[in-house]
Design a protein around this ligand. Structure first.
Ligand code: ZN
Length: 194
C-alpha cells in the first residue's frame, strides 16, 4: 500500500472549455498554474439536458490555493461549523469502511458518475459540480476529484449563513469546493490509494 502522493496527467475533462487546454492562470490573481507544484482547484458546474446524452458547462474556474484559502477565510465560523457537521454526518453514514482507490484499475468515468456525498447518479440530475485539485500539470489523486450533486449543492448552500453567502456572492453565488480545513473530514483517513 502506498500512502505517498499520487497524481496523474490532467484529464481532458478538467481542461478549460474555452481553450480546450488545461487552465493556465488563476481566475482571481492571474498566477500561472502549470509549473512546478503550484496547488490549485478547478471547479465546473455542468447541466444535463433531458433526453440528451451530453452536458454543458454552466461555469468553470481555476483558483490557486492562496486565493482559495483567502475566500474560505471569509466564511463565517457558523457556516464552517455547519458544513463540518454535514461532512461528519455523511462520512458517518458511510460507516467506517475506508474508500479504496485502486490506481491500477481506476475508472474516472465511474468514479465521477455519482455524487460523492449523497450517491445520486449524475445522469439523473439537472445540474452538478465537479471539483478537482491539481499541482502544476498534475491532477492530485490523494484528494480525488468529487462530484457535488444538485441535492448536496442545495443542502450546502442552505447551511451557509447569510453573511457568508453575501460575501461569496461577490465572486459567485454558489458553494465553493470544500474548505481546506474540512478536507480531512472528506478525504482524510477514509481514503486509501493502492
Ligand atoms: Zn490566485
Amino acid at each position: 500500500m502506498n500512502q505517498g502522493e499520487f497524481s496523474i496527467k490532467i484529464p481532458q475533462r478538467f481542461f478549460s472549455d474555452v481553450t480546450d487546454e488545461p487552465f493556465e492562470n488563476c481566475n482571481i490573481c492571474d498566477k500561472y498554474l502549470l509549473e512546478n507544484d503550484v496547488p490549485y482547484v478547478v471547479e465546473k458546474a455542468l447541466r444535463n439536458y433531458e433526453g440528451h446524452d451530453f452536458s454543458s458547462t454552466i461555469y468553470e474556474f481555476a483558483i490557486c490555493q492562496d486565493c482559495h484559502m483567502k475566500m474560505q477565510k471569509s466564511m463565517s465560523e457558523e457556516s464552517l461549523q455547519s458544513l463540518q457537521k454535514y461532512y461528519t454526518d455523511v462520512m458517518q453514514k458511510r460507516g467506517s469502511q475506508p474508500i479504496v482507490l485502486d490506481m491500477n484499475n481506476f475508472d474516472m468515468d465511474q468514479w465521477l458518475s455519482k455524487c460523492f456525498f449523497e450517491g445520486g447518479e449524475i445522469s439523473d440530475m439537472k445540474e452538478y459540480q465537479v471539483v478537482a485539485q491539481f499541482k502544476g500539470s498534475q491532477l492530485v489523486m490523494n484528494t480525488p476529484p468529487i462530484i457535488i450533486g444538485e441535492s448536496a449543492m442545495k443542502r450546502m448552500a442552505g447551511l451557509l449563513s447569510e453573511k457568508t453567502t453575501d460575501e461569496m456572492n461577490g465572486f459567485r453565488d454558489k458553494f465553493l469546493g470544500p474548505a481546506p480545513e474540512l478536507e480531512e473530514l472528506i478525504y482524510g483517513k477514509k481514503l486509501i490509494l493502492i
